[in-house]
Ligand binder design. Sequence first.
Ligand SMILES: *[C@@H]1O[C@H](CO)[C@@H](O)[C@H](O)[C@H]1NC(C)=O
Ligand SMILES: *[C@@H]1O[C@H](CO)[C@@H](O)[C@H](O)[C@H]1NC(C)=O
Ligand SMILES: *[C@@H]1O[C@H](CO)[C@@H](O)[C@H](O)[C@H]1NC(C)=O
Ligand SMILES: *[C@@H]1O[C@H](CO)[C@@H](O)[C@H](O)[C@H]1NC(C)=O
Length: 272
Amino acid sequence: MNALARLLFIAVALLPGSMTSSNKGEPSSDELTRIVGGSEVPQNEYVPYQISLQYQTKRGITHFCGGSIIAPNRILTAAHCCQGLNVTRMTVVAGVRNLDDRTGYRSKALNCTTHPDYTALDTSDIAVLSIDPPLKYNNHTIAPISVKGKEFVPGNVSVTVTGWGRRFAISLPFLEQFIYPNSLRRMNYATITNEKCRARLMTKVTERDICAQGLFRGVCTGDSGGPLVMKTSKGVHQVGVVAYGLAICGLSITPDVYTRVSAFSDWIQKQL
Ligand SMILES: *[C@@H]1O[C@H](CO)[C@@H](O)[C@H](O)[C@H]1NC(C)=O
Ligand SMILES: *[C@@H]1O[C@H](CO)[C@@H](O)[C@H](O)[C@H]1NC(C)=O
Ligand SMILES: *[C@@H]1O[C@H](CO)[C@@H](O)[C@H](O)[C@H]1NC(C)=O
Ligand SMILES: *[C@@H]1O[C@H](CO)[C@@H](O)[C@H](O)[C@H]1NC(C)=O
């Protein structure tokens, strides 16, 4: 491994580790991933399958990961969003565009089933949360996303990711409000083939992952667990779960790595 590759690998390793690195066993808001680039979802528009995963800390309840609705009482997210955390302190907020919006629905997390093959920064970063009470679909602000199917998504496919994650790579303490927007953000870019992804230093990528990359954009701390979707003739379909990327987000140095939903189709169906 040359010096640059080593540096990048260390940077990459920082990300999900941050979820458990605070020895209090709490996600620290400073280190969470959020979207860089992209734009705010317009007022009165919702991404009805997107949820905010929140954690009760001593300072209050904070957003720390994303997720998607796959059944009234099931949420798809990343395994690293559950690892080392106390599930009884987790809640899911659905039906909001703005995190300050009190009209959303909050459900308690009952348990989090992480994939048995999950290894941090390596493979199978996927989990299903059971929640209660179950969500009531209304078409406009709360609706499920399609995750069924094993079709392998190739490179150069237009995809969209959403999240309440960081907008900038650099942390400026007195600008936190600006860096962590309360409004949901959306970003479009394209998938790349796994071969290209490995060639661009994400060497551990396998057929169970899917990569995307775009200029000056990417996911960042806090977007973890959120949905990567594509448009199909049958509607919007989820193809990825935000897994990991470079700690310095949005510099387009390396691709973003997602867990490939189609590779886990049978496992997901078993959790419903
Ligand atoms: C999890 O959190 C609940 C509520 O704060 C607490 O009662 C419980 O002891 C915690 N469990 C662990 C293993 O820390
Ligand atoms: C999680 O909770 C749901 C609902 O209570 C239950 O059906 C499921 O079996 C639980 N899963 C695990 C792994 O405990
Ligand atoms: C949801 O929207 C679809 C298409 O716009 C419509 O056909 C359906 O009746 C709506 N369902 C509800 C419950 O509003
Ligand atoms: C990627 O797809 C676009 C259309 O979506 C096409 O114009 C472009 O040539 C494709 N690029 C490659 C490298 O295949």
